[in-house]
Design a protein around this ligand. Structure first.
Ligand code: FAD
Length: 389
């Protein structure tokens, strides 16, 4: 590589972290990098709105990936990563292609797996299909008890709270006599957003008549029966719904941390023990999995890669802040906290947006970029209506 050649950056994935990194590299590296994106996707799905689908609210938004990448000078290789040869600095795709890199950013998200076979484990892409019947049964009075369980391991807890709130509202509006219960290992509702936010979430759940059981891990060993630990108490529910537990990508050639396959990175996004390999998003071993956080991790990694490429930038490193927008079907509660373990600090919550643009995933560059594409597409009706949040 001559000193005038651009730094070859391979980004694996085309989700929140990968796309935020593409935009951040354009900002920070100013033409010093040549980016290839290795991902099988032809669309980017903005997942948060999918929780409203079973209730007849706005649908999850699908953005054509070509529209998201338009004008960003990115080479999209439509394939999946197979393995990484870190000695040769080469990425191997499942279809046989080999991509050379000077810097590699792994942003593959998390793998999902069901932790019990006796509950309905939601799949983000199938939420409407999976929950539509349950919502109808609630409205019709056929289901009298519905339980939502937050998994004990790494997971996405916020959508489960939204589903519990919307289910309870729907039952009430339909004059159906149904109990909705939310069971979580957290010490208080959405504790990661800190005390102030957790208190408001607790009040909101109470107003919607959602029964909340905190500090509990569950086992569901047979259909309809939940065993709570550590109390050992049993709870019956006609329908039990949960989110998948998440695991890391476990990429051949890349060391991962612990049993769950997550990648260990430092605060600059560098994969520990490897040179020129970075990671961001749900695939890293940070205990909280969240789109806003994935974007911040991507920004941190992009700063490091830009510095490697010779840009005049001093990487600041990640100072994680959580932004959450909890939607009950009518209103959005905005929450913000510094991510400090299981209990956030400096917690704030309110019904007015705490960030701009006030989307559910707060990504520094991607949020505004998607808004622009959405506004452009509205004129051609290429995208579905926007969700309230
Ligand atoms: C229903 C739901 C609601 C949510 N609501 C919110 C919310 O309100 N706010 C919020 O901040 N977060 C929310 N989240 C969480 C958020 O969606 C994730 O944290 C975020 O998408 C993680 O970004 P990521 O880029 O790490 O992974 P992803 O967005 O999952 O992207 C992973 C990418 O990697 C690609 N990939 C996977 N394997 C390979 C491979 N072998 N080779 C190449 N590419 C590969 C995938 O195709 C995809 O493009 C929600 C999640 C769900 C499921």
């Amino acid at each position: 590589m001559s000193s005038f050649d651009p730094t070859r950056v391979v980004i694996v994935g085309a989700g929140v972290a990968a796309l935020e990194a593409v935009l951040a590299l354009r900002d920070y590296a100013k033409g010093r990098v040549q980016v290839s994106l290795l991902a099988p996707d032809n669309t980017f799905t903005y997942r948060p709105a999918s929780v409203g689908e079973p209730f007849g609210h706005a649908r999850a938004q699908n953005f054509p990936l070509a529209a998201v990448l338009d004008g960003l000078a990115v080479d999209h290789v439509a394939d999946r990563l197979s393995w990484v040869d870190t000695d040769a600095r080469q990425v191997h795709a499942e279809g046989g292609a080999r991509l050379d890199y000077d810097a590699l950013l792994l942003a593959l998200g998390a793998r999902q797996h069901a932790w019990t076979e006796h509950a309905l484990t939601l799949h983000p892409e199938l939420m409407d299909e999976q929950l539509h019947g349950i919502v109808q049964d609630l409205e019709g009075g056929w289901v009298r008890s519905l339980a939502f369980i937050a998994p004990a391991g790494a997971a996405w807890p916020l959508p489960l709270y939204e589903l519990a709130l919307m289910s309870a509202s729907r039952a009430y509006e339909s004059y159906a006599d149904a109990t909705v219960t939310l069971i979580t290992p957290e010490e208080s509702p959405l504790a990661m957003f800190g005390q102030a936010a957790s208190d408001v979430v607790g009040e909101l759940l109470d107003q919607h008549r959602v029964t909340v059981i905190t500090s509990s891990h569950c086992a569901v060993r047979r259909s309809g029966t939940i065993t709570l630990h550590p109390s050992g108490a049993e709870l019956q529910a006609q329908r039990i719904v949960t989110m998948p537990e998440l695991a890391g990508p476990a990429i051949p050639g890349v060391p991962h941390h612990g049993d769950h396959g997550f990648l260990r990175v430092d605060r600059y996004g560098r994969v520990v023990g490897l040179e020129r390999v970075y990671a961001a998003g749900d695939s890293v071993d940070f205990p909280i999995k969240q789109g806003g956080l994935a974007a911040q991790q991507a920004d941190a990694a992009a700063e490091s890669i830009a510095a490697l490429a010779g840009a005049q930038i001093k990487p600041r490193g990640l100072v994680p802040v959580l932004y959450g927008a909890l939607w009950d079907g009518e209103r959005t509660l905005y929450m913000r906290a510094r991510a400090t373990g299981t209990h956030g600090s400096g917690s704030r919550a309110g019904w007015a947006p705490l960030w701009e643009p006030a989307g559910k995933i707060n990504a520094r560059l991607l949020s505004a970029h998607l808004d622009k594409i959405h506004d452009r597409a509205l004129t051609s009706d290429a995208l579905p209506a926007r969700s309230p949040a």
